[in-house]
Design a binder for this molecule. Sequence first.
Ligand code: HEC
Length: 158
Amino acid sequence: MSRLSSLAIPAAILGLAGMALADSHVSDEVAGAVNIRQSHMSLYGFNLGPLAGMARGRMDYDAEIAGAAAANLAALAAMDQAGYWVEGSSNDDLEESEALAAIWDDPTGFEERMMALQLASADLAAVAGNGLTELQAGMGPVGQSCGGCHEDYRISDN
Ligand code: HEC
């Protein structure tokens, strides 16, 4: 703790109010973990983009693009993420995170949400290249997996 409390002094001298001071107890490691998991989420979003575009008719269906995006999504969902969902990294601890402390109060529920996406994205990857109707059917459970977890474990539930 001594190293951390000594950080508060230069922060105060620099006049870094609010966020910087509130975050001064958070280690670089924890802040880095938040960054990495947000990047993982961005990759989910990036790959979901064309799939949702096609499913909603905003983009022409392309079997190759759909298959590749769905395979990426399934691979991402299957990755072990334990290293960056570290305790003490919720929005209670640092403003940059939108993760609710409920993740660590209810780890089983959170893991179930992860597993739901893993299964739904694997199902989607198996059919996404087979046609628009198959893609649309597979997208429902994937969207619900993203949204369901956000509803319970993320501040803004979108
Ligand atoms: C197991 C729970 C869970 C699942 C499943 C999940 N998310 Fe998230 N997502 C979160 C949490 C928690 C955060 C907030 C992380 C943080 O800010 O520390 C988040 C944040 C995000 C963000 C914002 C990232 C940023 O830069 O701040 C995006 C985009 C996102 N999720 C997209 C998705 C998409 C798309 C899916 C489905 C393919 C998905 N998520 C599935 C829990 C989940």
